[in-house]
Design a protein around this ligand. Structure first.
Ligand SMILES: O=C(O)C1=C[C@@H](OP(=O)(O)O)[C@@H](O)[C@H](O)C1
Ligand SMILES: C=C(OP(=O)(O)O)C(=O)O
Length: 429
């Protein structure tokens, strides 16, 4: 299904932020790895979090769900033998479960999104699992992948952090369950380091002990641990809300988003600081962000690695800023649902934005007068491209048609409903 985004001069209203995808996938996983019953309040509902739900159920977790919560009785360190798992298009879910699959005999991960997740690299995680004696069959580091556990014991592991933090997170979820102690040394630069902070926070809540050095480059993990059942409450999601906040910033608006914790470990809370640096009038107090946008923004320079999943929304806001903005240290955007530098900038340029790319950088020459629009956008299966191009469409002179915009449901199925609530002229076609 496509979405038509029409020029929308103003937005107004209040919405409750969607629930965090990254915390939901983690809480589901640690609930599944516990022996006993855990409760997760306000879990996210999206394709990615549903993929984790489905897979852990297949692996033997029992889930009961109502409007407000999921109770989950875990399988501990003994997942049920299943022949195959389908994670959809969810990168983090795949990588975390590749680690957990090492506890089983043989699990095959199928390739249902050959043009998106099917193109993403997993070699660094494969190399790390092989150091534990796990056998991995793969297609040049990509899906389809078969993992043959062979009872890993633990030990010294080295993993590259230069493409994705998810490989390290996967090892942090797995190693406490192995019989012997492990050490994990991160090689190269660790990208998306802040997300590892979320992994460690959740592991601690699940009663797991991990000794991490200050820079998250070396970890000591005692073996033979058990995940404890616990109660978890999922916080609001900054990456998705970043798109709503950026939409408010580029229009005349009075928009409030609740449930966005000031003290969150989500790096994407930097959307608030970046919009502030762009001189967008806003407040952030009592977990509530209010933007009173006047459509005027100043250019910004920002290290995007700290807020990887909000960079596309920031760039969309910068399209209308006065001056040239620069988002640097963002090379790993190239290894997401699509190449979020080349593919994204190609679509932005089609819509009339003035953008340039370097290997690890996005440069935006702002156009406060607005962009032309009147084009069809290839969303490249990427929810964040869909959300970001929508922001641009709100201020385009002619409507923008986003092809296959239903892929927004990977993380934020209610995105267009929320925008309509705020008065955006967007429609499914
Ligand atoms: O651990 C996680 O849940 C995630 C880590 C990040 O990926 P990278 O570490 O590959 O940047 C982020 O982009 C992704 O949406 C979710
Ligand atoms: C990159 C993302 O997710 P994943 O890596 O889990 O597919 C995302 O949510 O933007």
């Amino acid at each position: 299904m496509d979405v038509l985004v029409n020029n929308t001069p103003s937005l107004a209203g209040e919405i409750n932020a969607l629930s965090s995808k990254n915390y939901t996938t983690r809480y589901l996983l640690v609930g599944a790895l516990a022996e006993g019953t855990s409760t997760i309040y306000y879990p996210a509902h999206s394709e990615d979090s549903d993929a984790m739900r489905r897979c852990i159920q297949e692996l033997g977790a029992e889930l009961i769900e109502d409007e407000e919560k999921i109770t989950i009785t875990g399988f501990g360190a003994s997942p049920r033998q299943v022949s195959e798992l389908n994670v959809g298009n969810a990168g983090a879910v795949l990588r975390f479960l590749m680690g957990i699959a090492a506890l089983g005999e043989e699990i095959h991960f199928v390739n249902t999104y050959p043009e998106s997740l099917g193109k993403r690299p997993h070699q660094d995680l494969i190399d790390a699992l092989e150091q534990l004696g796990v056998e991995v069959e793969h297609q040049d580091g990509r899906l389809p992948i078969t993992i043959r556990g062979g009872k890993p014991q633990g030990g010294a592991i080295r993993v590259s952090g230069s493409v994705s933090s998810q490989y390290l997170s996967a090892l942090l979820f797995l190693t406490p369950l192995l019989p012997e102690d492990s050490t994990i040394e991160v090689l190269g630069d660790l990208k998306s380091k802040v997300v590892v902070g979320q992994t460690l926070e959740v592991l601690e809540q699940a009663g797991i002990t991990i000794h991490a050095d200050e820079n998250y480059m070396f970890f000591t993990v005692p073996g033979g641990q058990k995940y404890k059942p616990a109660e978890y409450t999922v916080q609001g999601d900054y990456p998705g809300s970043a798109a709503i906040l950026a939409a408010a910033a580029v229009t005349n608006s009075e928009v409030t988003v609740t449930r966005l914790m000031e003290e969150s470990k989500q790096g994407e809370r930097a959307i608030v600081d970046v919009l502030r640096m762009m001189e967008v009038p806003l407040t952030h107090e009592n977990n509530t962000v209010t933007i009173k946008g006047n459509g005027r923004l100043k250019a910004v320079e920002f290290d995007g690695d700290a807020a990887t999943d909000a960079v596309l929304a920031m760039v969309a806001a910068a399209v209308f800023a006065e001056g040239t903005s620069r988002f640097y240290n963002v090379e790993n955007l190239r290894y997401k649902e699509c190449d979020r530098i080349t593919d994204y900038l190609t679509e932005l340029a089609k819509a009339g934005a003035k953008v340039e790319e370097k290997q690890a950088e996005i440069i935006v020459h702002g156009r406060p007068e607005g962009v032309e629009g009147g084009v069809e956008i290839n969303a490249h299966y990427d929810h964040r491209v869909i959300m970001a191009l929508t922001i641009v469409g709100l201020r385009a002179k002619q409507p923008i048609r986003i092809k296959d915009a239903h892929h927004v449901a990977k993380s934020y199925p209610g995105y267009f409903d929320h925008l309509q609530t705020l008065g955006a002229n967007v429609e499914w076609v």
